[in-house]
Each structure stands twice: as C-alpha cells, then as structure tokens.
Design a protein around this ligand. Structure first.
Ligand code: AMP
Ligand code: MG
Length: 401
C-alpha cells in the first residue's frame, strides 16, 4: 500500500492535470479563514492541556461575542504560562483563535515575541491567499474566474491543490476541495443555514469535481474548467498553516512549542521540563473543554473533524459542515474523527476525508495507513481506533448520541 508522502511526484505524473511542487520551506505565509463563525479555545484552562475543539457552537454564539471573549482567554493563558517556562500568545486570524506556545529556554522575551510574530505572519499569509471570505484573495480570484480564464496562483495555493488532489485520489473523491458551490448552497455555520431544494443540489453537483482543476505548472496558473465552480480549502489550509508556523519557529531556533490553528494543532520538541506536550480530545457531545482522552505528544500534528463544530438541526436531523461531494448532502455516521500524523496538512485533510467516508470505509482505509493514527466516534457512540489510540483510555461513557 502506498504510504502518504510529501513528495507525491509519482502520483503527480499519473494525474493528468495536476502538478506537484516539492514542499520546500518558503518565506512568509499564513492561515485560512473558514467561517466567520469559527472560534477556538487553545488555551491553558485545562491545566496545560490543549483541547481539540475548533468551534464554539456557532448556532448560539455570535462572532462578535467570541472576539469579545479574547481578552479573558489571553488573561487565563498569561496567568497559567508565567512561571512554567512557557511563552504564550493568541491572535485572531482567520476569524479564529490561533495560539502559539513556546518553550522559553535560551531565548529573551524579545526573541520569543519575534519568533511568534514570524509564525503568525506565515498564518496571516495563508489567510490572505486562501480565504474565500476575502474577495481579493488569490483563491477568490481563481474562483471568480472559473470557466473564464486561468489565474496566476501563488506556489502555496498550488501546493495545497496538489496535496488536496492526492487526498481526493486516496479517498475515492470523498475529500474534494471543489465542494465550494455546495458549501455556499448550505451556508452551514451562518445564520442563513438551510436545507437547499433538491433542484438546487441537482444543479450544483455537476460543478463539483476535483479533476476539473487545471494547474499549469509552466505558467503557474490555476483554472477551474466549469463556470460557477469554486475551491474551498477549509479542510486542509489550517493544518497547512500550522505546518508553516512551526517551520518558522524552528528557523528561529525555538526548541519546543505548540501551534494551534483552531483544531489543527502541531507540536514540536518537548515542554521545558522534558515531558511531552498534552492535547485533549473534545467530547463531541459534551460541553466545550469536556475531554474524552488526553494524549501526550512530541513532534506530531493532530486534527479533529467533528459534526459538532458547525451544524444545524432541521426536523430533528443534524446537518453538519462536512459535505459528501457525491450526494451534495452533509455527512452522518460519525460524530468525530481525530487524526495524528507527522504533518498537520495531512492530519487535517485526512480527518475530513475519513469523516466523509463513514465508519466502515474510514476504518478500513485507516488500517492500511499505519503512518496515520485515528480515533473515530460513530453516531451510535462506538469507538474505532488505530495506532496509539488503541488501548487508550477514552471516556466513551461520556458520549451520548
Ligand atoms: P474540517 O473541519 O477540517 O473537517 O473541514 C471542513 C470544511 O471543509 C468545511 O467547512 C468546508 O469548508 C470544507 N469541506 C466540506 N466538505 C468537504 C469535503 N468533502 N472535502 C473537502 N472539504 C470539505
Ligand atoms: Mg480537515
């Protein structure tokens, strides 16, 4: 079985219109904005444990309220961070909380602040390039020109498209960044979220198809073949942004730390006392911060996709923000999928891909890829685990379907 590789040259050669650029360290970068409703508590309130809880219930909390929460979050962080050898800074980028935590060892306050600033700058660059909420972003211009003309694309966008196409291929199309028109039709995460008419779904589905993305390697352009098609990098770019931020911190000589781009978390090195970092996995049916399991991590990325992040109920049925590109409807079958991987872009994209595949197919795929470690909670409250999640104490009794 082919393993996940960063250098997907073989794959790229096979795929007719997809190019593959080597993932070289780039200067500067940033993170993707998903919904303005997104928010994250990557703070120390769990006693140094980071909780993988991307979104406060967006149906009940306005973006403004979440932003107003920020000073309190910062206060809690700084009170916890002081004295434990950690530097912590939170900023709102991509309409979400991004928290960077650093081992202070050997660095002055100025050096730590500069390193965190460099990492945040990379995340901001990803957002500026890839946000679909910014009409002038590079990605928005590519989308606006669908069916009309190729658009020059930043190498970081091309890199994400290539990686996403690789995951689409591996997941049989369950993962598909051209879900943009479906995401717009459902408007999940906004006050306008609704079930579209069957006619709308029928009309929208033909616009979705990752093979209709044309990347011209020579010209450095991206073209969407169908007028009205659009790319949404919401399932991969936060992970990518975490990777970019960690790369900046390593370049700045930071020994250890955590970058938490919403629920896409990458840790490197260890805590100042030499112990691993700890990340908590959110109970998909519990209050925010209710942890199902705690996992010690060094040099790993972890990401959770869950049906509790953005959703609405209609006639007693839950509709979440992850959409099956084959049917056009939000996916049921799993409450959450947590993926551990070396790279954050991979953990992020595979979390979404497995979520779409549903329990059986996702579990079968996860078993074939030991480089991924997966914890899935099914709709019926069953646990499916691979790698280190197997035999781990998970408080499943707390999960109510
Ligand atoms: P995540 O929270 O990482 O699972 O990403 C979910 C986001 O990715 C959604 O809010 C959409 O913007 C986008 N998305 C939804 N369904 C898919 C899909 N099947 N493949 C790729 N991206 C998707
Ligand atoms: Mg994802």
């Amino acid at each position: 079985m082919e393993n996940f590789r960063k250098d997907n040259t073989k794959y790229a050669d096979k795929a007719s219109n997809i190019i593959r650029r080597p993932r070289t360290p780039l200067n500067g970068a940033q993170g993707l904005s998903k919904s303005p409703d997104s928010s994250f508590h990557g703070n120390d309130r769990q006693g140094g444990i980071y909780v993988l809880n991307r979104f406060i219930n967006s149906a009940t909390v306005s973006p403004m309220k979440k932003i107003l929460c920020l000073p309190m979050v910062l206060l809690l962080i700084s009170s916890c961070a002081r004295g434990n050898g950690l530097y912590t800074e939170t900023r709102v980028i991509m309409a979400t909380y991004i928290t960077i935590t650093l081992d202070r060892s050997g660095k002055t306050e100025d050096e730590l602040a500069r390193a965190a600033g460099d990492a945040f700058a990379r995340i901001t660059k990803v957002d500026d390039l890839m946000s679909t909420y910014k009409p002038m972003s590079n990605l928005s211009r590519i989308n606006a020109n669908s069916g009309i003309a190729p658009v020059p694309a930043d190498p970081e966008i091309i890199e994400n498209i290539n990686d996403a196409s690789y995951i689409s291929s591996l997941s049989g199309g369950a993962f598909d960044i051209t879900v943009g028109p479906l995401v717009n039709a459902w408007e999940i995460g906004s006050k306008k979220a609704h079930v579209p008419s069957p006619e709308t779904i029928k009309k929208t589905l033909p616009l979705v198809g990752w093979r209709d993305i044309v990347v011209n390697k020579k010209d450095g352009t991206v073209f969407l073949k169908k007028r009205g098609a659009s790319i949404d990098l919401g399932a991969i770019a936060k992970g990518y942004a975490s990777d970019r931020a960690v790369a900046a911190l390593l370049e700045d000589g930071i020994k250890g730390g955590i970058v938490a781009c919403a629920g896409d978390i990458k840790v490197f090195g260890r805590k100042p006392d030499g112990s691993p970092w700890t990340v908590g996995i959110q109970n998909p049916r519990g209050p925010e911060g209710d942890v199902l399991a705690k996992i010690p991590l060094t040099d790993m990325a972890i990401s959770t996709s869950g049906d509790y992040e953005r959703f609405f109920f209609k006639d007693g049925k839950r509709y979440c923000h992850i959409i099956d590109p084959h049917t056009g409807y939000p996916v049921n079958g799993l409450m959450s999928v947590t993926v551990l991987a070396k790279d954050s872009w991979l953990a992020d994209s595979m979390g979404t891909a497995l979520f779409v595949l549903g329990p059986e197919k996702a579990y079968a795929l996860a078993l074939k890829h030991p480089e991924l470690e997966v914890l899935m909670i099914t709709d019926s409250g069953k646990e499916l685990a691979t790698g280190r999640f197997r035999g781990m104490k998970v408080n499943m009794a707390a999960v109510k379907s």
